[in-house]
Design a protein around this ligand. Sequence first.
Ligand code: ZN
Length: 295
Amino acid sequence: MHVSEVERGRACGCFCTACNGSVIAKKGKRNAWHFAHDAAGNCATAAETALHRAIKQVIADGSVLAVPELTVEETATFDGYERSASRTLARRRVTYSAPRLEVRIEDIVADSVVTVAGRDLIVEVAVTHQVEADKASKLGKLGIAAIELLAWQLNRDVDWNMLRAFVRDSFENRIWLHNGREPVQRQLAYMDALQHAKKASAYDRRLKSRAVETSAVGVQTNLSPIHVHQWAIDKFKRLWATYGSGTLTRLDLDRKAAGYVARWSEADAAGDPSAYFDLLVEWVREHTDSIVQVA
Ligand SMILES: [Zn+2]
C-alpha cells in the first residue's frame, strides 16, 4: 500500500513487509507522509523490502515491460591489426502474460517469470544491489532469457503510477542477465571486427609500399649484393610477364629499387596481386632513379 491509500494513524491496519511489525501511517501537515514502525525496533531494510515487493506487485498486475537493448562488442586480430566492432539488438516494449512471482527454478528462486511470445522471461528486481554473480551464472545455464530491473535510484516516496511507468517505460535502468541471441550477435560482431582488421591491414600495406625507403639489398637472401641485384631484375621481369601490361623495352633498377623488388611478395597483396604490383611499379618510377620503359 502507498501511504496515500490508507487511513491515518494506527487505523491503517498495515504491517511492515520486512519485519511484519505493525506500522502507523503518519499523514501530518508538516512532514512528507510516511509509514513509521509502531514500536521502535531494528528494521533496517523496511523501505527496500517494501519497494522490492511493490515492483513485483506491479509486474504481477501489468502486461507491458520495457526490455533493454543488448549491445555486444568483439575484437579481432589479423596480421597484427586489432579492430573492434559491436552489434546491438534494439530495446523494445513487450507485452507479457501469465506473470508469476517467486518462482523456483532448479536451485534458484526468480523474483518473477512472465511469458513473452510463448517463451519464459525471468524478471529480477534489484533494489539494493544487483543479482549476485553466482545467481547470474546459474540463470545463464538455465537457458532462459532474464533481465534485471535496477531500482535503486528510485526515490523512496514513489507512488504506484511511478512504479508502473518504471516497469513499462524505463529502458535505461535494466540490463540483460541472459539473452539467447547473444552468442549469434557476438559471432556477427567478431566477423565485422575481423573484416575491419583485414581492411586495415591491406590499406596500411599499400601505404607502406609507397613510403618504404630501403637500401637494404639482400635482406631475404644470402647472395652477394650484385647477385641480389640481378635476382631482383629477373624477379621484376617475371612479375611483369604475369601482372604488367605492354612490353617491357628497358629496365634499369637502382639499388634502392632492387631492394624493394626483392622484398615484394604476393602474400602481402591482400588478394589483389595485380593492383599491388602496379603500386610497386609506380613507386619504383617515382621514388628511385630507375627506368621502366614500356612499348
Ligand atoms: Zn519493519
